[in-house]
Design a protein around this ligand. Structure first.
Ligand SMILES: [Zn+2]
Length: 454
């Protein structure tokens, strides 16, 4: 007789287990934290003793490099750390419609093109829809095996039969296991079915892509609960209105998390962008107030992006502060510095900021460009077209050094900019080339002098 797996609803905050679902945890009073989980029956003793490992001197341990395979998509290989590792589990997250399925299908097509068996598990779309997408990408005849299935057990059965070198599950939210009674897409189902799949793929050395949707609210049924289960977590960013997409590793057991891939979405799928700076600056208006060019670092790669600001008289008692692609708290701080240290009147003005191209920038090195763009818009004076800025600004208006000034300056020179405005601490001893000059600034007041914004 087949033993039905026992399940329990376990609080994700305190670990309290209840036999049925409850809205509030009786132990810690948290709401909505109970998730169905399969539990091992304590009465059934394992028949084989648990294998224990022996100690060995570290010096005698020999490391063999992982088996890597190119996915045929250079930017994806770069983010993975130099190719797809055999038996590794990659979680590919991002907003719906951003291009996750397209990227996975392109990688599948390239692997299948090398004559390797690749399995595409379609839980969201029918095989016909997958075929249409593949046709658009020119991969219709590439030999990818498609499986319309949403039960984890059946997927595992097919993996054992087909023995693919890579499997794509699109998406993990549609997968469910018969062991749990809760609905597909719930946290318990997603985690349990992913765990089953991960165990199977690890055992058979099959590389696996799990596609997961991130909801706009950021609170998600899926990807976050899987992060500890998988080897690599990639997030696909960008907004639907722009063609540019950034692929970022937030966890990578087989490489650095410092690499990003840049893609452009087109009719024939995702194209790799070899020169991201040029792509991000392609539509920059000439001579418009409120536009500043920032040299930022995306991972280890320097990228030039345009920061746009619009300052306009507010009709509201609480003027708006709307930064898109920048941190709200950091923006409020920089506006306060501008008002206090530079005498730019902003308390009755709406301030809108945008990173052109849909990129998100978290590093403080963006401060100087944000300040320059806001001041430029407030004063109605355009910044010179040939200037690139970067630097962190402190509360007293001092400009602080940031990492990798040489890399940023070289990228500015490569893109044909004649002047770099950067922290004085970075400028000392920095030589770029004959065509590009560097101006070190120690305070925001110096910045205003150099750009004649006072
Ligand atoms: Zn609890």
């Amino acid at each position: 007789m087949k033993r039905a797996l026992k399940t329990a609803f376990v609080c994700q905050q305190c670990g309290h287990a209840a036999p049925r679902w409850l809205g509030q945890c009786p132990a810690c009073d948290a709401w909505g934290t109970l998730v169905e989980e399969a539990v091992a029956d304590a009465r059934i003793r394992p028949t084989t003793p648990i294998a224990s490992s022996a100690t060995q001197p570290l010096a005698t341990v020999t490391a063999t490099p992982e088996m890597r395979r190119s996915t045929g998509v250079g930017e994806l290989d770069r983010v993975l750390g130099g190719g797809l590792v055999q038996g590794s589990i990659v979680l590919l997250g991002g907003d719906p419609g951003i291009g996750k399925s397209t990227l996975a299908l392109q990688a599948c097509g390239a692997l299948a093109g090398q004559g390797l068996p690749v399995l595409y598990v379609a839980g969201e779309e029918s095989p016909e829809q997958v075929r249409l997408r593949a046709d658009r990408l020119g991969l219709g005849d590439s030999g990818i095996l498609v499986l319309p299935e949403t039960t984890a057990e059946s997927v595992i059965e097919q993996i054992e039969r087909v023995k693919p070198c890579a499997v794509v599950v699109d998406s993990i939210q549609t997968l469910h296991t018969t062991a749990l009674a809760s609905a597909p897409g719930s946290v318990g189902q997603v985690r349990e079915s992913a765990a089953l799949l991960v165990t199977r793929c690890k055992a058979s050395q099959t590389a696996c892509f799990l596609i997961g949707h991130v909801t706009k609210e950021g609170a998600l049924a899926g990807p976050r609960v899987l992060e500890h289960l998988v080897d690599t977590v990639l997030y696909f960013e960008g907004d639907g209105a722009h063609a540019l997409r950034v692929l970022r590793a937030v966890k990578n057991r087989f490489g650095s998390t410092n690499e990003v891939g840049v893609f452009e979405m087109g009719d024939r799928g995702l194209a790799e962008v070899g020169n991201p700076s040029a792509a991000f600056l392609a539509e920059r208006p000439a001579g418009a107030p409120g536009s500043a060019v920032l040299a930022t670092l995306e991972g280890s790669r320097p990228v030039l992006v345009e920061i746009q600001a619009l300052v306009s008289r507010s009709a509201l008692a609480m003027p708006r502060r709307t930064p898109i692609g920048l941190d709200l708290g950091r923006t409020a701080l920089l506006l306060a510095i501008l008002e206090k240290r530079c005498g730019v009147r902003l308390h009755d003005q709406d301030v809108f900021l945008n990173v052109a191209g849909g990129l998100r920038i978290d590093e403080p090195a963006a401060d100087l460009a944000v300040i320059a763009s806001v001041a430029s818009s407030a004063r109605g004076k355009a910044l010179p077209d040939d200037v690139v800025l970067w630097g962190e600004v402190g509360l007293t208006g001092e400009v602080r050094s940031v990492a990798r000034a040489d890399v940023r300056a070289r990228e500015a020179a490569r893109q044909g900019f004649a002047r770099c405005i950067l922290p004085a601490g970075n400028a000392r001893g920095l030589v770029v080339d004959d065509a590009t000059r560097v101006h070190g600034v120690a305070t925001v007041a110096d910045l205003f002098d150099v750009l004649r914004l006072s």
